[in-house]
Write a protein that binds this ligand. Structure first.
Ligand SMILES: [Zn+2]
Length: 290
């Protein structure tokens, strides 16, 4: 996306943040405030959706717990006050005492705001990311974050292999790269319990693409997802109501094909002052910056 577009959207979203009434600096812990910020729901045995219904982006993160270790998928919005000196770890400690590895669904600002609370951060082992890690440190760019300038960087403690079984202890998951929303976007596929965590690739809400060419990447990713998943899989997204119907994924494939072939047409619409194309059908809304 063009830089000037980002700036305008930044202004727009800062307004949303302000409207939430949380004016604190996100890096300042508030140790003594009790809160009821998260809505935690068991997705299945030892797997939890951790939603932030009061956050400006209605974030949902996921804690996937095996018998030996746990994976946290995203770190929340950071807009809450926190408890016991942390904004997210305090909640996770209520759910597991096992070591937790953090994996980000992608690098946008609204998925990594509590990253500093995690001792162990894993990246997906994709070559273009590995090339950018210098002496174990990844520096986030303005484009990565989309909005804001936090976090500046992170120490990458582990590289998780792609399309390979990862055993958490009686629970096997796979990480897959699903470009479209961003190039580094990943999904976690829990093959033991047949659950797919899709991040911002697909959730219940308007989907965003930041370049017209990303339609082709989005379509390739949905083709791949549908080649490895079946109707028995439950799907979960990173915003809004957590669970997404499997039919929505199939609908996305058809809709992207229709857009690619210029059979489905979008409506030109100003969004935060800039030009977008909005494609809608009964089930999906896809906005592309042009
Ligand atoms: Zn997001």
């Amino acid at each position: 996306m063009m830089r000037k577009q980002k700036i305008i959207i930044l202004i727009n979203l800062i307004f949303v943040f302000a409207a939430c009434g949380d004016s604190e600096n996100s890096s300042t812990p508030q140790p003594t405030i009790k809160e009821n910020w998260y809505t935690t729901t068991k997705v299945t045995k030892n797997t939890y959706s951790i939603a932030e219904p009061k956050s400006s982006q209605r974030n949902v993160s996921y804690l996937i717990v095996g018998d030996e270790k746990a994976i946290m998928f995203d770190t929340g919005s950071g807009e809450n006050s926190g408890q016991d000196g942390t904004k997210m770890i305090y909640k996770l400690k209520e759910l597991t005492s096992l070591p937790i590895t953090l994996l980000l669904s992608h690098f946008h600002f609204d998925h990594n705001q509590n990253i500093g609370e995690f001792k162990k951060v894993a990246f997906p082992d994709v070559p273009f990311l590995k090339q950018k890690v210098i002496n174990g440190t990844y520096n986030f760019t303005a484009e990565d974050l989309f909005i804001g300038n936090y976090p500046k960087n992170v120490t990458v403690n582990e590289w998780l292999p792609i399309k390979t079984d990862i055993d958490l202890g009686n629970k096997k998951i796979q990480i897959i790269n699903i470009p479209g929303h961003t190039s580094e976007s990943v999904a976690i596929i829990d093959t033991t319990d047949k659950i797919a965590f899709l991040g911002d690739y697909l959730y219940n809400g308007e989907l965003f693409l930041f370049d017209v060419d990303d339609i082709n990447k989005y379509k390739e990713s949905v083709d791949y997802l549908l080649s490895i998943l079946d109707i028995n899989y439950r799907l979960f997204g990173a915003h809004g109501t957590p669970e997404v119907s499997f039919n929505k994924l199939k609908d996305l494939q058809e809709f992207l094909k229709c857009i690619q072939e210029s059979i489905c047409t979008g409506v030109k619409e100003k969004y935060s002052g800039y030009n977008t194309l909005l494609y809608k059908n009964n089930d999906l809304s896809i906005r592309i910056f042009i």
